[in-house]
Design a protein around this ligand. Structure first.
Ligand SMILES: C[S@@+](CC[C@H](N)C(=O)[O-])C[C@H]1O[C@@H](n2cnc3c(N)ncnc32)[C@H](O)[C@@H]1O
Length: 415
């Protein structure tokens, strides 16, 4: 299979399976501090309910991770904070003793082996090779799962027919109230603006390359295999779910969609599918890198609208406007901070965007308070805070319409 070959190459390269948080590679800061956190944020209320149900019953929580890679779902879900209370230390949403079973299935043996190394020592963890293009890989008497989980565009590996079959199988296998977290690649991500189409009858695919692992000067010289991924919109997902519901008599209720990574997706800087590449992901990674200062003017997003895509242009322009305004205000605050003649930081410019008003306030207060601290407060505190404020902008302004690298659907099985 093309996908398997491409993932093998990525694993061989090293930066795909290496669990090291850094400026580049699969587990860069954006993945761990933005993407995983955003997924966790939207999943949390539903997972909380599942956890509560299990606490009351005799059985523990059961999780199925489809296209699990190295057990990324296990890592993400077991680290999720359950409480926002600051005084508590251990706030994990899923207590270890409550997790009865985690099953991770993937086609790629190398990734599964790495998953075994990382998490295989837990009795409740089980990795196995399986192919979900022919339906849900389960044994005849296998018990239902509380959560059927996917991450980072995994469902986009399926054709629409394969996806419908998979949802039919999940609908039949799941229990009443089970949650499915479906993760696709967004149809209208700015990263692949050249591939956008308004033709609703056309089923768009991207010939996806994992070439973002390579530094800029090597990227065009290396031969990287590609594989097709289905570019998905919420309307198209809804259609497939309706059809699976009709065929099974089981309701697959969409609780919400959200977009993830609108300007920081992996391909924003490769230029593989867009003529206007920008190093925004690397810049955001730099914001979160301790001890490293970031040249903030390079963080500006230069959104070039594409004719004929009104609502996509409007939404991405709004986000661009807020993003750039926040970076500019931060630059302004930092300059004032350094000027001995000015002891009062400037108030934020007027904006009608509530998300931006809040983000301005976060940056003003952070810089104000940093006077009292010692160390490289710019590299270690202010820049990290700017990263989180930009993340909040993205989260508050997205509408789950397929405008991000990831389009994620939270779906409940009602039986
Ligand atoms: C986008 S990656 C996501 C990996 C991991 N879940 C993560 O969060 O990084 C998709 C994964 O699905 C696996 N995959 C693709 N097609 C598959 C299939 N038909 N059956 C099982 N796994 C598949 C790939 O090997 C790959 O590990």
């Amino acid at each position: 299979m093309e996908a398997d070959q491409a993932y093998r190459e990525a694993v061989k390269h090293g930066r795909y399976s290496e669990h090291v948080r850094s400026l580049r590679g699969k587990y860069d800061h954006v993945r761990l501090l933005w993407e995983d956190m955003i997924t966790g944020y939207y999943l949390r209320p539903h997972l909380e309910k599942l956890v509560e149900n299990r606490k009351e019953g005799v059985e523990g929580l059961r999780i199925y991770d489809l296209g699990c890679g190295t057990g990324d779902g296990y890592d993400l879900l077991t680290k999720l904070p359950g409480s926002t209370k600051l005084a508590q230390t251990d706030t994990r949403l899923i207590p270890q003793e409550l997790l009865e079973h985690y099953k991770g299935v993937d086609l790629n043996i190398d990734l599964l082996r790495e998953g075994e190394n990382l998490f295989g020592h837990y009795d409740h963890v089980n990795f196995c090779k399986g192919d979900f293009s022919n339906g849900l890989p389960v044994e005849e008497d296998e018990l239902p799962y509380d959560l059927y989980f996917t991450s980072y565009g995994t469902f986009s590996h399926c054709t629409d027919e394969e996806l419908e079959k998979l949802f039919i199988d999940i609908a039949r296998h799941a229990r009443d109230g089970s949650i499915v977290l479906g993760d696709w690649v967004g149809r209208y991500s700015y990263e692949w603006q050249n591939l956008w189409t308004n033709n609703t009858r056309e089923i768009p695919y991207i010939d996806y390359k994992i070439n973002y692992l390579y530094p800029e000067d090597e990227r065009d010289k290396v031969e990287v295999s590609s594989f097709p991924l289905r570019l998905m919109s919420p309307t198209e997902v809804s259609g497939i779910l309706e059809s699976a519901s009709e065929k099974t008599g089981v309701e697959l209720e969409i609780l919400r969609f959200f977009d993830r990574s609108l300007f920081v997706g992996r391909h924003i800087e490769t230029g593989t599918y867009n003529d206007n590449p920008q190093p925004i992901r690397l810049m955001v990674n730099s914001l979160h890198e301790s001890g490293l200062r970031t040249y903030l003017p390079d963080m500006m997003v230069d959104y070039r609208p594409r004719k004929g895509f009104e609502w996509q242009n409007r939404m991405l322009r709004d986000l661009q406007e807020c993003w750039n305004a926040l970076v500019n205000y931060t630059i302004d605050l930092l300059e004032h901070f350094d000027d001995p003649r000015k002891d009062i930081l400037p108030g934020p410019p007027y904006t009608e965007f509530i998300a931006l008003q809040r983000a301005y306030e976060v940056m003003r207060q952070t810089i104000e308070i940093s006077k009292l601290l010692y160390g490289d407060v710019r590299a270690d505190l202010i820049e990290a805070q700017l990263g989180f404020a930009l993340r909040s902008l993205e989260m508050n302004m997205q509408r789950g319409m397929g405008l991000g690298h990831g389009l994620i659907g939270v779906i409940r099985v009602n039986k």
